[in-house]
Write a protein that binds this ligand. Structure first.
Ligand SMILES: [Cu+2]
Length: 367
């Protein structure tokens, strides 16, 4: 049964190779477990990271520039509302303290007032904090709703934390797996081994295999762990979610701007916690299809003759899943935290690749 599954996967991979050949070659050769099934496909070249987006800057302050709608909303809430409110309250309290200390010091006010109750003041100092909390709660709950009621996913990526590296599985694309390790500096590797270059990214953030996702598509990350608790965090996406063993957590992103975005494990997970960075490469959909083919994967619904066209419309669009075909629920009109539709559709599609990939099936059983 397993052999039949592999045969199907191999045949599908072979069919998608012409699509890969049509696109420009762009990234270093992969080392993922599923790579063996696509020896002839051209590797995609690494996109050089920008210095503006997706990377921390030396001496930088504040948040990284956000590239998702949720990130922009959250950053604006933080910078333009919470920080301003915090500053105003701090200045007001400080001014009140200073005034009281100076005006009512013993020298200036030898007989202190014996006032113990004042209805007006008591009403004001109860009501004003309540109003401030409401003013924080309303945009805060709206942001939570936007974060936790994702639109139907175009692509699902399973993210697995390990001590101390990440593995990424693409269940919608034949279940291939990418293993991502931090790249060491040239001085730290033996002769002939791959080391970090500036095209890979900054020190301690560059990895040998990036996650690749298509631009402008809703990507769902199912996050879990093989050993201890890790955390999948990418600051430019406003994404941070724990990777717990035996549990599936879910987050999502939709990034319109192609580029490379870096993150790190954000949960103390052991000795090499600081050396398991995350690098996500966002590419146009056609290039994503070529990358999938180079990894031996397939695009959902792809036929042998289908090749990515140059207009930027992607095979992903053609492969509308039941979830994608559903009318998209407006998040504005949603009062609940999570709509049931994407969850159900996601589950159905996660199960689909298991028979094709014994590795995925085994891991699923273990978890
Ligand atoms: Cu970790």
């Amino acid at each position: 049964m397993k052999r039949i599954g592999w045969a199907i996967a191999l045949a599908a991979a072979a069919m998608s190779i012409p699509a890969a050949a049509a696109a420009p070659a762009t990234a270093p050769a992969g080392q993922g477990a599923a790579n063996a099934s696509a020896p002839a496909a051209p590797a995609l070249p690494a996109v050089a990271p920008s210095l503006e987006y997706g990377v921390p800057k030396p001496g930088g302050m504040g948040l990284q520039p956000q590239v998702t709608d949720v990130g922009r909303e959250a950053a604006s809430f933080h910078n333009n509302w919470l920080l301003v409110l915090c500053a105003l309250i701090s200045v007001f309290v400080l001014a009140l303290l200073a005034y009281t200390m100076i005006r009512y010091r013993r020298g200036a006010n030898p007989t202190p007032s014996r006032t113990s109750h004042n209805t007006l003041i008591e009403v004001v100092w109860t009501l004003v904090p309540v109003l401030i909390l409401v003013a924080i709660a309303i945009p805060s709950i709206r942001l939570l709703r936007h974060q936790y009621s994702p639109p139907p996913a175009d692509l699902t990526v399973k993210v697995i934390g390990n001590q101390w590296f990440w593995t990424y599985q693409y269940p919608d694309n034949g279940g291939f797996e990418v293993i991502s390790n931090m790249l060491k500096e040239q001085a730290d590797v033996k002769a002939g081994e791959r080391f970090r270059t500036d095209a890979d990214g900054p020190p301690l953030l560059a990895v040998d295999e990036r996650i690749v996702i298509p631009a402008g598509k809703v990507v769902k990350f199912i996050v879990t762990s093989n050993d201890v608790i890790h955390s999948f965090g990418v600051p430019a996406f406003w994404t941070k979610i724990d990777a717990n063993p035996g549990r599936l957590n879910e987050t999502w992103v939709k990034v319109d701007r192609p580029g490379v975005y870096f993150g790190q494990c954000s949960e103390l997970c052991g000795a090499r916690h600081g050396y398991m960075p995350i690098a996500i490469e966002v590419v146009p959909p056609a290039q994503f299809a070529a990358w999938v083919a180079s990894k031996g994967g397939t695009m959902p619904g792809a036929r042998p003759a289908a090749a990515p066209d140059s207009t930027g419309s992607s095979p992903l669009t053609g492969a509308s899943t039941p979830a994608a075909a559903q009318p998209q629920a407006s998040s504005e009109g949603n009062s609940g935290l999570v709509t049931p539709a994407p969850a159900v559709a996601g589950t159905a599609r996660e199960q689909a690749p298991a028979p094709n990939n014994p590795d995925v099936a085994n891991r699923a059983n273990k978890n």
